[in-house]
Design a protein around this ligand. Structure first.
Ligand SMILES: *Cc1c(COP(=O)(O)O)cnc(C)c1O
Length: 458
């Protein structure tokens, strides 16, 4: 028993960590056989957590045991092979092991002086990311929580730089009184793009929307004429169809006009790392900033958003509290590239995943997800379902013959525990969204999922 936190000094750490290890192995071993979504009993068990905050310190082994007994069954099995819900990946066990070690370090990563190792890993990742994605080698990279924040950071750099060119320092003067920035965005842009615009005072409704084609790609022939005061927002990977805007052509038009191009490539930017899929991201190096997630296609653990910006100075200045004061350092100070100050050492999982996979492994990963998405599309069509999109990447949009049938099938599918898919709307009709995003998904997982669709179809 522990009566005061002083007792924590004499606690047997080894027993605790061994126990955590046992629970974790137990979880990993069973995750592919259990229900993908927690069953009723597991959800019922969550009531155990409804208790008043205790007066005294608790028992460490019991806390861990409670989390395993009632928490583990109530997780969604995203690390298994049959979670196709949001476009999110699994994680590799060797990277989880690395993360465990780094979790014990509990590093604070805003500055070199707060954690030299995290600063080093961040700068290594910056070089590797530019290389892997075929971006100019001196682009700046910042690590944030996800693509939503990465997009916001990219827009902040754009906002700063476009206004600076117009003779206005947005950091000191704010937006009021500044020359309005034009924002040109595709009709099919992700909701996080509009959220970032709203937060930054660029407004979600004053944008110039460019119509999309039937796959959700921005129509280059409908692009308004651009100028040097414009932020053009492109998409590499439509969250429903997986389609890519014609980036090359759009970047050329933007570059000619001196506009700033940001590419939201949350899961799709990784196409650039595959010889087979690179045609989808052709021309991305001509953009000015990019946002991408490690925790989607790359299968890093969560909390791995990445912003990359060609103009290092714009990025660093936009992330500063004061105007043109830049804390140059000959070492890496991660907070200069992110809105955060105190933050955990995110770089470690990105570094470990890239080091584990190498360029060949990333390519195999990307190609494998695309192949299994194609396999799914082929097998599900053969069973009489409709596939509404061209499967160019890892997304498949499935319907039955009526909206009611589609929704009933999805509901039964989610209840079956065999797999988990989400819903969406595509051209106004409800669809079942299948995102093949986990390295752990095998060909058999795909066939088993197709069988589950057939079984629950009304
Ligand atoms: C997932 C996603 C986002 C948001 O990313 P988060 O990491 O969840 O913040 C933005 N854009 C697209 C295209 C996405 O798929």
């Amino acid at each position: 028993m522990t009566d005061t936190i002083k007792d924590f000094h004499s606690m047997d750490h080894e027993i605790l960590f061994e126990r955590a290890k046992g629970y974790a192995f137990d979880y990993l071993q069973n995750v592919n056989d259990r229900n993908v979504y927690p069953d009723e009993r597991a959800l019922e068990g969550l009531k155990m957590f409804d208790e008043p905050l205790a007066e005294k310190p608790g028992d460490a082994e019991k806390i861990l045991g409670m989390l395993h007994d009632y928490g583990s069954p109530a997780t969604v099995a995203t690390t298994g092979g049959r979670y196709f819900g949001l476009v999110v990946g699994s994680s590799f066990a060797p990277v989880m092991a690395v993360k465990w070690l780094a979790d014990v370090w509990d590093q604070l990563a805003p500055l070199y002086v707060t954690s030299p190792i995290m600063a080093k890993l961040e700068s290594v990742c910056e070089v590797w990311m530019n290389d892997l994605l075929g971006l100019p080698s001196d682009c700046a990279m910042g690590l944030v929580s996800g693509t939503s924040m990465a997009t916001m950071a990219g827009f902040a750099a754009a906002r700063y730089e476009l206004l600076r060119r117009a003779g206005w320092d947005v950091n000191t003067k704010g937006l009021f009184g500044a020359t309005p920035i034009r924002v040109v965005v595709g009709a099919e842009a992700h909701s996080s793009v509009f959220k970032a615009l709203a937060i930054l005072g660029l407004g979600r409704e004053r944008v110039e929307l460019v119509p999309a084609d039937e796959q959700g790609r921005m129509r280059a022939d409908q692009l308004p004429s651009l100028d040097g005061n414009t932020l053009l927002i492109l998409q590499a990977g439509n969250v429903n169809s997986g389609s890519f805007d014609p980036i090359d052509e759009l970047c050329d038009a933007a570059n000619k006009a001196g506009a700033w191009v940001h590419v939201d490539g949350a899961f799709g930017l990784w196409a650039a790392a595959s010889a087979n899929k690179k045609y989808l991201t052709k021309g991305i190096e001509k953009a000015d900033s990019w946002s991408v997630d490690g925790h989607k296609t790359l299968n890093t653990p969560y909390d791995c958003g990445i912003v990359i910006c060609k103009d290092r100075k714009a990025m660093i200045t936009a992330m500063q509290a004061s105007g043109d004061y830049i804390l140059y350092s000959d070492q890496r100070d991660g907070m200069l590239y992110s809105p955060d100050m105190s933050r955990r050492g995110r770089a470690v999982e990105l570094w470990a995943t890239l080091k584990l996979l190498g360029k060949g492994g990333v390519e195999e990963l990307v190609d494998g997800l695309c192949e299994r998405a194609s396999q799914f599309a082929k097998e599900i069509k053969a069973e009489g379902f409709n596939v509404l999109n061209d499967v160019v990447f890892n997304q498949v949009l499935v319907t039955c013959d009526s909206a009611e049938e589609t929704m009933a099938t999805l509901r039964h599918l989610q209840q079956s525990g065999e797999c988990w898919c989400g819903s969406g709307k595509w051209h106004g009709i409800p669809v079942i969204r299948v995102s093949v995003c986990s390295w752990a998904t095998t060909e058999e997982d795909i066939s088993r999922t197709v069988r589950a669709f057939v079984k629950v179809r009304n």
